[in-house]
Design a protein around this ligand. Structure first.
Ligand code: TUI
Length: 308
């Protein structure tokens, strides 16, 4: 399958693996890249030296290209922006904000820049600043989300920009891939499906919860804080929702959120961990390798797109 994204990223399949903080490490990124997709290491809120170590490890695991994601709410975002240049990373994606202040430096160094956006306005701004593509993420996605659904944001952004668009949020099989192409995307980004990958090192409890999830098993918490986050309805999520209803002060909610993804990913802690996952978790019912996940997705998509 050849699209503007396979050309841009020099990959076999037009799929980027979502950069999940505390989850998307060197092993996962290398496995996705080895399978013909584009793996990403999540910078998350980790210190620059930790992230540098992950980049170097991924390089030792695969000779295929991979990238780094910078979560712009991280206090270390400036350092990670520089790390991209120091380590000669081929492509960077950004989330949870506007990467405007870094764009000029990255572009001058020939880095491929793919901001994740949740609105037409930011997509247009990113194109003007020289972004090579944008990921349009709908609110079906796990983690930090915007307001619009994938179905609505992808065609609107595809109409508004000339650069290639990747669709994200709610895609985990060939039907989703084919639908994304019909909406005007040239590629996709998937996070939740890779939580079920053998190479994904999350706690067993997290993986099993994703596999056991049904359609209504996720909820977007934190709307009142201005930072809505979609996660599985665990005891932690229910506590957070109850506190939000009682108009608990923002600081107390933020305090609860801080460190909660680590507690889910590493410890499987249902009482204090935030098990971020997208709505498509309900469709996922088995484990597989990154190669199986990606190949099955694109075999099914090709069949559908060719009317087979
Ligand atoms: O960034 C994500 N997903 C994330 S980041 C994350 S870490 C976190 N942990 C605890 C609390 C909050 C975050 C977990 N999941 N996805 C990409 C994404 N970016 N989705 C939505 C956006 C976005 C939203 C608003 C991008 C830009 C934006 O506005 C910027 C502007 O200036 O308009």
């Amino acid at each position: 399958m050849k699209t503007a994204i396979t050309e841009l990223l020099k990959v076999k399949y037009p799929i980027i693996q979502g950069a999940m903080a505390w989850i998307a490490d060197a092993n996962l990124a290398a496995a996705v890249s080895d399978a013909g997709g584009f793996g990403l290491i999540a910078g998350g809120s980790a210190p620059v030296d930790v992230v540098r170590g992950k980049v170097r490890k991924a390089r030792s695991l695969t000779d295929k290209p991979f990238g780094l994601n910078i979560m712009l709410m991280s206090p270390n975002a400036d350092d990670l922006a520089q790390l991209v240049l120091d380590e000669g990373i081929q492509a960077v994606t950004t989330g949870a904000g506007s990467p405007g202040v870094y764009m000029e430096r990255w572009k001058a160094a020939g880095v491929t820049v793919i901001p994740v956006v949740a609105s037409v306005a930011l997509a247009v701004r990113m194109e003007r600043l020289g972004a090579d593509a944008v990921v349009c993420e709908g609110c079906e996605a796990g983690g930090h989300i915007g307001d619009l659904t994938t179905m609505c944001i992808v065609p609107q952004v595809a109409d508004a920009v000339k650069i290639p668009v990747l669709a994200a949020g709610g895609i985990a099989d060939g039907r989703g891939v084919a639908a994304a192409f019909m909406l005007g995307a040239a590629g996709i980004q998937c996070g939740t499906v890779f939580l079920t990958a053998e190479e994904c090192g999350i706690h067993e409890q997290y993986k099993q919860r994703v596999i056991d999830a049904k359609d209504t098993s996720t909820v977007a918490t934190g709307r009142s804080t201005g930072h809505p986050v979609r996660c599985l309805k665990t005891p932690f999520a229910r506590k957070l929702m109850a506190l939000e209803k009682e108009n608990t002060p923002l600081e107390a909610l933020e305090e609860m959120m801080s460190g909660s993804l680590r507690k889910a990913a590493q410890d499987g802690n249902l009482e204090e961990g935030s098990f971020m996952a997208g709505q498509i978790a309900g469709m996922l019912n088995k484990r597989g390798t990154c190669r199986e996940i990606i190949e099955n997705m694109f075999i099914q998509a090709e069949d559908l797109l060719h009317g087979r």
